[in-house]
Ligand binder design. Structure first.
Ligand SMILES: CC(C)=CCC/C(C)=C/CC/C(C)=C/COP(=O)(O)OP(=O)(O)O
Length: 274
């Protein structure tokens, strides 16, 4: 499904020209620095198009690549995508295998794109749950792109926010313990002094690499976070779209950014109050 000529197709011709004009107008307003997406509706798309579920996922991966390119052109620096939740391991083994194969294919393609466009690629989640070959390929890609800071793509894989928090709490405890500080807070008369602080936890989150998202998009018409960036999304603009993920395109992105811009002052104020 991944043909390198799709990049040439997307960058060239009148489509690219129109997109750039549209983005120039959009840039008159504030541009989000971080967009996160829950790519829901791949199987529904497959059903609608009367194709098999696996081809639906292929189309979903292609939609993600398009989003990455649009965001680069628009000036959004961080994109985070929920590719596979730990709960997704409960799906049919054949389906899990297909998403894993797609992950491996994506790693290969991203290796190529990251060099071409200096993209930093980060995988967030409990990577130990991945097969050894994907772990090696993912770690190699993360290491080889660690020096880039032009654009940061985070793929959340084997991820849930509860697992991320558990991991971060565990790491913070280990750190304090190793430093001989201890982990239990103590009473100082009227106030309680915590030894593990929010900053300690945040330092060890899988998502520590990126600022909190400004916009969280969920496609497929659902209004749930499904354990995605729950910690990080307290002040972000939530956008639920009825469209299924493989059909997400440039006009959906423009719509969401316009909606964000309309509410920008409210969100900026909220962030300052926290
Ligand atoms: C880079 C990379 C690894 C890309 C992954 C590609 C991709 C689109 C993954 C989506 C995975 C997923 C479980 C989506 C939920 O849709 P669903 O299957 O639950 O759809 P439904 O709501 O129609 O059932």
């Amino acid at each position: 499904m991944f043909r390198e000529d799709f990049i040439i197709h997307i960058f060239s011709g009148w489509r690219s020209f129109l997109r750039k004009c549209l983005f120039r107008v959009l840039r008159v307003g504030p541009i989000p620095s971080h967009i996160a997406v829950i790519m829901d509706g791949n199987r529904r798309y497959a059903k609608k198009k009367k194709i098999d579920d696996m081809t639906g996922y292929d189309a979903g991966a292609l939609a993600l690549l398009h989003l990455i390119i649009y965001c680069m052109e628009l000036g959004v620096k961080y994109v985070t995508a929920y590719a596979f939740s730990i709960d997704n391991f409960r799906r049919h083994p054949e389906e899990v295998q297909k998403i894993m194969d797609l992950t491996m294919e994506s790693v290969m393609l991203l290796t190529w794109i990251s060099k071409l466009r200096t993209v930093r690629v980060h995988f967030a989640g409990n990577l130990q749950l991945l097969s050894a070959d994907i772990q090696v390929a993912a770690k190699r890609l993360m290491e080889s792109t660690a020096g880039y800071n032009n654009f940061v793509l985070t793929i959340c894989i084997c991820y849930t926010c509860s697992e991320e928090i558990l991991h971060a709490v565990e790491e913070s405890c280990k750190e304090k313990w190793d430093d001989g500080i201890g982990i239990i807070g103590y009473d100082r008369g009227n106030d309680y002094e915590r030894l593990i602080k929010v900053v300690d936890i945040e330092k060890h989150m899988y998502m520590a690499i990126a600022p909190e998202p400004d916009i969280l998009i969920r496609t497929g018409g659902e209004y749930r976070l499904s354990n995605f960036l729950v910690w990080q999304s307290s002040c972000c603009h939530l956008s639920s779209l009825g469209t299924v993920w493989p059909e997400f395109g440039v006009f959906h992105l423009v719509w969401v950014v316009l909606d964000f811009q309309q509410n920008y002052h409210y969100f900026a104020k909220k962030k300052m109050q926290l």
